[in-house]
Design a protein around this ligand. Sequence first.
Ligand code: ATP
Ligand code: MG
Length: 604
Amino acid sequence: MSTPTNLENAAPAAPSDFIRDIVAAHVSEHKYPRVHTRFPPEPNGYLHIGHAKSICLNFGIAREFGGICNLRMDDTNPTKEDIEYVESIQADVNWLIGGWAEDRLGLKQNGQTPEAKMVDGKTDFFVPPVFGTSEEERKHSAVKLEPFYASDYFDQIYEFAVALIQKGKAFVCDMPPDQMDDYRRNGKASPFRDRSVAENLDLFTRMKNDEFPDGTRVLRAKIEVDAANIWMRDPLIYRIKHADHHQTGGKWCIYPMYDFAHCLSDYIEGITHSICTLEFEVHRPLYDWILESLDLPRPLPHQYEFAKLIPSHTIVSKRKLITLVQEKIVTGWDDPRLPTISGIRRRGVTAEALRNFAYNIGVTKYISLTDVAVYEHAIRDDLNKRAQRRLAVLRPIKVVITNYPEGQVEELNAINNPENPISGGRKLPFSRELFIERDDFAEVPPPKFFRLKPGGEVRLKYAYIIKCEEVIKDTAGNLVELRCTADLDSKTGGATSGRKIKGTIHWVSAAHCVDAEVRLYDRLFTEAEPEKDGRDFKSVLNPHSLEVLTAKCEPSLKEASLEERYQFERLAYFALDLDSQPGKLVFNRTITLKDAWAKEAQKS
Ligand code: ATP
Ligand code: MG
C-alpha cells in the first residue's frame, strides 16, 4: 500500500490557525514520516454539529498536508456503547466528507488488528488503506473496509499495562471507589501503592481472569500522590467491568480507561497529531507520561487542544441529546430540529453547507458561544446557489379571476434558479381559480402594504397583474374567497408587461396544484444559552419549533426528489423528507429566507 506522504495532491487554501501552523512547521522539519490525524468518537450517541467541526479539522489537515485521518471508534466503555451508534457515526462521517476528503479517510480491512511493529529499533507503524477508491470500486472490492476500533488493541493495551507494572510504574489498588476518590482529592497515597511487582502482576492477571467482582480492584498508574494536576495523582488505568462489548463480546472483563487507551491507540496507529477539545488539556501530561514511561520509540504522537464549538439556541451534549430523544421531546436522533448530523441531513442541509460552516469558523483556544445565525447564513448561502425555485402556498386563500375564461389553461414560463442560468425553466399552469397566501391579502392593510387589498393591484409572479374587486365572506364573517380581475395585457414577458406595480406575490392554480405536508422547523430553544445559570433546558424549549401544515404546491413538485433542494419562492428553503411516499409529499423547511430571529432581537 503506498502512503500519501507528499504534498503534491494536498488540498489548497486551508484557513490558517494555531494547529495548522504547528503541523506546517512539523512538515517542514520532516518530523514525521507523514501527517496522520484521527477522529475518535465514542459510539455512545449520534454525532452532532460540534463533531462536524472536529471532523472537518482532522480530515481537513490530512487533506491539506497530504496525510491520512483515521476514523476510530473510541470504544472502551461497553455499557454505554452500541452498534447502532457505530453505524450512524460511519454513515455521518461518510456523508460529511464524501467527495471532499474521502481519499484521506483511513480505514482498516474488516477484522484486521493493526499493530505497531519494531523494525531496526524503530516503530514501523501500521499504515491503513485509504478510502480513495470510487464508490463503484468499493462496492466490488473483495476487501471490506471498516473503521478502527480502540477495542482492536485491547490485547496490546493489556500488554502495555503489564509492561508498566514490570517497570514499577503501575499498581493494583483494592480501595473502594469512594475512598480512592477521597484519597486522590486529598493527595494521600493508597495503602496498596508499594505492592511488589510480582504481587501486582499476579493480581492484574487475576483481574483479567475474572477472579474478582466489579469495583473491587483497579490498576493505577504510579505517578505522584499529590501532583498539582489531579489527573496525575496515581490515576486509574484499568477497571473490572463484567459487560459484553459490542466488538469483543465476552472476551474481556477488564477494560482500559480512556486516558490509557487513547494515547496507546494513537501510538499504535502512528498518529502524529492527536487533536481534541480543551477539556483534555489537563489530561495531556498523562498522555505524555504513559507513552514516555513505556519507553516507546520516538517520534511519539502529541495532543493539541482547541475550543469546542458551542452553537447558540441548541445543546451539543450527547447526554442531553439522549434525554431529548428518550423523553420523546423530539421524534428521534434524526429529528430535523436536533443539531445531530443525521438531523441536519434530514432537515435538508447539504454536506457542503455544513462543511463550509464547520471548516471556516476558525480554530482557537478560547471558548465562546457561536451565534447559530452564522450557521444559518452558511445554509442560506449554499441553498441560494443550488435550490430550484418553486411556487407553493402554505396558508391558502382562494382567488377567482372573474374575467378569465372558465376551463382555459395557460402554460406560463418560470425560471428554475436565477442564480444558476443553466438550471433552465419550467411551465406553470394558470387558470381562473388560484390560491394565494392568506398573508398576502389584507382587508385593512397596514401602511406600506404592497400586496393585495380591496381595490388594490398586485402582480402574480410570472403571470398577470390582478385587482381585488370583491371580498367574499361566509355568514360568520370568515374570508372565503377573493374575486379579482386580471389585466390581461400585463402578462410577464407580454406587450405591456413593463407596467410598474409595487408588489409581486406567489400563487398556484387551484385545479392543478398538489397537496403536500410541510413541516416548518425552527430553532429548538428560545434562548441563546439554554442552560445559562444552571437553568433546566426543558424550560426554554421553543413551543413553535415545529408547525405542520398542508400546502398547495405547483404541479412540478410531484416529481420532487430527495437529492434536490427547493426554494418555495418568498417563503423558505425546503427539502423532501424521508417520510414522503408516492402520492404523499412531505417537505421539511430547512431554513427561512430571512433571519426572523435577528429582526425580533432588533425590535426588542
Ligand atoms: P462524551 O461526553 O461522550 O465524551 P463528546 O462530545 O466528547 O462526548 P466524543 O465522541 O468523545 O464525544 O467526541 C469525539 C471527538 O469530537 C473528540 O475529539 C471531541 O473532542 C470532539 N468534539 C466533541 N464535541 C465537540 C464540539 N462541540 N466541538 C468540537 N469538537 C468536539
Ligand atoms: Mg469525549
